[in-house]
Write a protein that binds this ligand. Structure first.
Ligand SMILES: [Zn+2]
Length: 277
């Protein structure tokens, strides 16, 4: 799944590689996929995309928004898409869910893994789309201060039973963070994923804030996780501290075996010593 560091990496590469290219033809790919989400019927994609020019691409939380000039944007990266640039047709994947053919003979493909989206929207439709939403404060920006972070906690009621995992990845959510980076953020902050968000102490909030910034900044510098691919089909260089391979292995800090629990629609990994409930 693409999260903020992968979205920023791929967006920058798309700007570098694709800006100025003319789209000769664009389609919703060659294979229907139940969990590939689109915003218009196939014939509208073809009619709108033909002859348009690629503009700048930007990261938007865990989404990637590419200008298709004039007047439109492609929104990718909402879920688990593989987004690849191809120098010639020999490297096109067998199945894809969006295909752009450029007038210089290169291609862009989007292949949905699990679920994902290739939305073709007007810029004015982005903020209201339920899979995208308005611009928020990026956790790696200077505007994401500890005071801003504290305000997110201010939205919680005292009796709120929800966990810190829910707080980080769902509501209010830290923009662009999903289950992938959550594990390392909570490990670094020494907070158990099931801990109720309202019960965090001031010290724990500060630790969570610092861990969020540190983890995401490092991941952006390293081009995303080593389990994800960039526009050139190369893996990122960020190696997660905790993932499915960590279960049962010694914690890097205290050597107790890492444990796994399943809740809120995904696995959580944690150290029972460093991250007590
Ligand atoms: Zn530990």
């Amino acid at each position: 799944m693409i999260e903020l560091p992968e979205a920023l990496t791929i967006a920058q590469q798309m700007t570098d590689e694709l800006r100025g290219k003319r789209i000769r033809a664009g389609t919703r790919g060659n294979t229907p996929h139940k969990f590939a989400f689109y915003s218009r019927p196939p014939e509208e994609y073809e009619a709108i995309l033909a002859g348009k020019k690629m503009g700048e691409t930007r990261g938007h939380g865990s989404s990637i928004i590419a200008s298709v000039d004039p007047g439109y944007v492609l929104v990718l990266g909402v879920g688990g898409e593989r987004i690849l640039h191809h120098q010639d047709p020999s490297t096109l994947p067998k199945k894809h869910h969006l295909l752009l053919e450029f007038s210089d003979g290169t291609f862009l493909t989007v292949t949905v893994q699990g679920w994902g989206a290739a939305l073709l929207l007007k810029e004015s439709e982005v903020a209201d789309h339920n899979l995208v939403g308005p611009e928020r404060v990026s956790p790696i920006s200077d505007a994401f201060t500890f005071e801003h972070f504290q305000q997110l906690f201010g939205e919680l009621k005292e009796a709120d039973p929800r966990s810190i995992k829910f707080f980080v990845i769902s509501d209010p959510g830290i923009w662009g963070v999903g289950n992938g980076y959550l594990q390392d953020i909570l490990f670094r902050a020494k907070i158990h994923p099931r801990k109720r968000a309202v019960e965090l102490s001031g010290r724990q909030r500060r630790a969570l804030f610092k861990a969020t910034k540190a983890t995401l900044t490092q991941a952006v510098e390293l081009g995303g996780r080593d389990t994800e691919r960039d526009l050139h089909n190369c893996p990122g260089k960020y190696r997660r501290i905790l993932d499915s391979k960590s279960v049962g292995r010694p914690c890097p800090d205290c050597a107790r075996p890492i444990e796994k629990i399943q809740f809120l629609g995904g696995a959580s990994y944690f150290c029972p010593g460093c991250q007590p409930v």
